[in-house]
Write a protein that binds this ligand. Structure first.
Ligand code: ZN
Length: 311
């Protein structure tokens, strides 16, 4: 049975795309990796942010739906997205987030120092100090490579059936049970990035909309592993999609027993398949099936750019 290295990417729904960009690039200092469209609805942007090289385990991606209804965070969703920061950098981040008007709650979470906060559209995030994570060399707008967010630690899943979700993590994806904290169970993969998944039960079911996570993707290192995961998901009784070409990775999707939409995505070919590392995020990239819509989309999609923002 294949074993995942951890989270590949996390995809969420937000409101205005420039506000999204100003927060994730400008405030959090992530690198804008890819400006493309939702392949299933090309009139909507699909924006990617991650580390300097756009490595698997660092990419958070967004469908901006300006003016759409707010969602409700609850069971059947990723509740909190966990990012890794270097040891002794939480003071820097707490001050920086405060300066930008973000309310921060500092606490110890599974014996690590963590800052919990929400983004401008309601997504719940945490920056967690952890040693020995891959360094992110990207520096922007007052965040140096020392303080730069390194990628995902993982996420907390809100599950309607935590025991069933736990079985999917261990028996299908190869995570191992690690520990528990007040009813939240922690699972670990080989890692380092995206290696930590916590599972808990929220008071009620979530509803999709602005400020909620749409799905979480786990890594398949190569196509053999991808096929292995697909067979395993089918054997567990899940309705799994066929392999879908997302240009930057191949994907399969299924909804796990606790209600969370899981994707399994390949590491290859990655974000540099159509742009060099220096050019990442510069041009509007369209999949070949939507290339004929380019002039229409370039007029219709709002102009957005990475820019420095001040507190
Ligand atoms: Zn995805």
């Amino acid at each position: 049975m294949p074993i995942t290295q951890g989270v590949h990417h996390i995809t969420a729904i937000v409101d205005d795309p420039q506000e999204n960009m100003d927060f994730y690039a400008g405030v959090l200092g992530l690198k804008f990796l890819k400006k493309t469209v939702n392949f299933d609805d090309p009139t909507t942007y699909h924006l990617y942010f991650g580390n300097a090289e756009g490595d698997p385990g660092t990419a958070i991606t967004f469908f901006p739906w300006p003016g759409a209804q707010k969602g409700v965070i609850g069971n059947g969703q990723v509740g909190i997205t966990y990012y890794a920061i270097a040891p002794n950098t939480s003071d820097f981040w707490e001050k920086r987030l405060h300066a930008f008007g973000v309310k921060v709650t500092r606490k110890t979470w599974f014996d690590e120092t963590a800052l919990f906060f929400t983004d401008p559209h309601g997504l719940k995030l945490a920056l967690i100090e952890r040693d020995n994570m891959p360094i992110n060399t990207y520096a922007f707008n007052g965040v140096s490579s020392r303080e730069a967010i390194r990628g995902f630690i993982g996420a907390e899943l809100y599950s309607a059936h935590p025991d069933a979700t736990s079985i999917v993590l261990t028996d299908l994806l190869g995570y191992e049970y690690a520990s528990s904290n007040n009813g939240t169970k922690r699972f670990k993969s080989a890692g380092p990035l995206g290696s930590t998944i916590d599972v808990s039960k929220a008071p009620s079911f979530g509803a999709m909309g602005v400020g909620t996570v749409h799905h979480i993707a786990f890594r398949a290192e190569h196509s053999d592993a991808h096929e292995g995961f697909r067979s395993a998901a089918r054997n567990h009784g899940f309705r799994v999609t066929p392999f879908i070409d997302r240009d930057y990775f191949y994907s399969i999707y299924f909804r796990e027993s606790g209600g969370v939409l899981f994707e399994i995505a390949t590491d290859e070919p990655g974000f540099t398949v159509d742009e060099s590392i220096d050019e990442l995020g510069c041009a509007l990239k369209l999949p070949k099936q939507h290339e004929h819509l380019r002039s229409h989309l370039e007029k219709q999609l709002p102009a957005i750019r990475v820019r420095e923002v001040k507190p």
